[in-house]
Write a protein that binds this ligand. Structure first.
Ligand SMILES: [Mg+2]
Length: 258
């Protein structure tokens, strides 16, 4: 495998699973860091702030800083700031979304917006959805952090932002721009902020339909790890295959140490 100056690592299923660290994930990150490579951690989860994501990684023995974690909320704020400069935003979303928009100095309004942003909001109610519909119907600019239909919890699957955003999509007939994986906006943000060439970038993940397709859509190399959602057998049957298929990150760690 070649050396990539920009390694983008998925979190859930690649670095940790629930409350457990994925075997060899922390060792892999340490071995990259010992080669002078600070990897980026990317997640569709829009509910956490960069500080919370850094703390979560630290709790698994993975050291990083706020500049190297990219959530779909941060990429959404970056997208809105660059594609809709000086525009007013009506935002639905929890702490991760609010924090990302504020940090990007985006102006947030309760009505008469120019663009609507939506991320997972555990306090979502009818009034917020209704106002979101009115805003989207007027200007037809609708950006969502991620299209995940559901996510796992201890008691089963909960509705994700993708399922909730469908309410506004159906009511207005406006299809949203989706920032999270399988789309490449988080990778685009990393590339733009750090000036990487695409051939120097790689995305590593367990989920073919999000991680691997995001890399393929964006045009960078991809590494599938068999530690989460998609099995190696499933991935081998796809027409568009990842650049590399690994059983786990130990295989790559060993190569780095030689
Ligand atoms: Mg994953």
């Amino acid at each position: 495998m070649k050396m990539y100056p920009c390694v983008c690592l998925d979190l859930d299923g690649t670095m940790y699973r629930g409350t457990d660290v994925v075997p060899f994930a922390a060792e892999f990150v340490r071995s990259l860091q010992s080669q002078g490579i600070q990897p980026f951690f990317i997640t569709n989860n829009a509910s956490k702030t960069p500080t919370q994501l850094v703390e979560k990684l630290h709790s698994f023995g993975i050291k990083t800083d706020e500049e190297h974690v990219v959530s779909s909320a941060l990429a959404t704020a970056y997208y809105v700031k660059t594609r809709y400069p000086n525009q007013q935003v009506f935002a639905i979303g929890g702490e991760g979304v609010q924090h990302a928009l504020q940090a990007a100095h985006v102006s947030i309004v309760k009505e008469n917006s120019d663009v609507v942003v939506m991320g997972l909001d555990r306090e979502l109610n009818y009034d917020k959805l209704a106002q979101g519909c009115l805003e989207v119907a007027r200007h037809r600019e609708f950006v969502v952090t991620n299209g995940d239909k559901k996510f796992p919890t201890e008691v089963g699957m909960y509705p994700g932002n993708g399922a909730l955003a469908k309410v506004i999509e159906h009511a207005t007939g406006v299809e949203p721009t989706i920032i999270g994986k399988p789309f490449g906006y988080m990778l685009e943000m990393i590339q733009a902020m750090h000036d990487f060439a695409k051939e120097d970038m790689v995305i590593v993940g367990d989920n073919y339909d999000t991680d691997i397709l995001a890399g393929i859509h964006f045009g960078i190399d991809t590494v599938h790890v068999n530690t989460g959602v998609s099995s190696t057998v499933e991935v081998q049957e796809k027409d568009l295959k990842p650049t590399y298929l690994l059983e786990n990150l130990r295989e790559w760690t060993l190569e780095l140490s030689h």
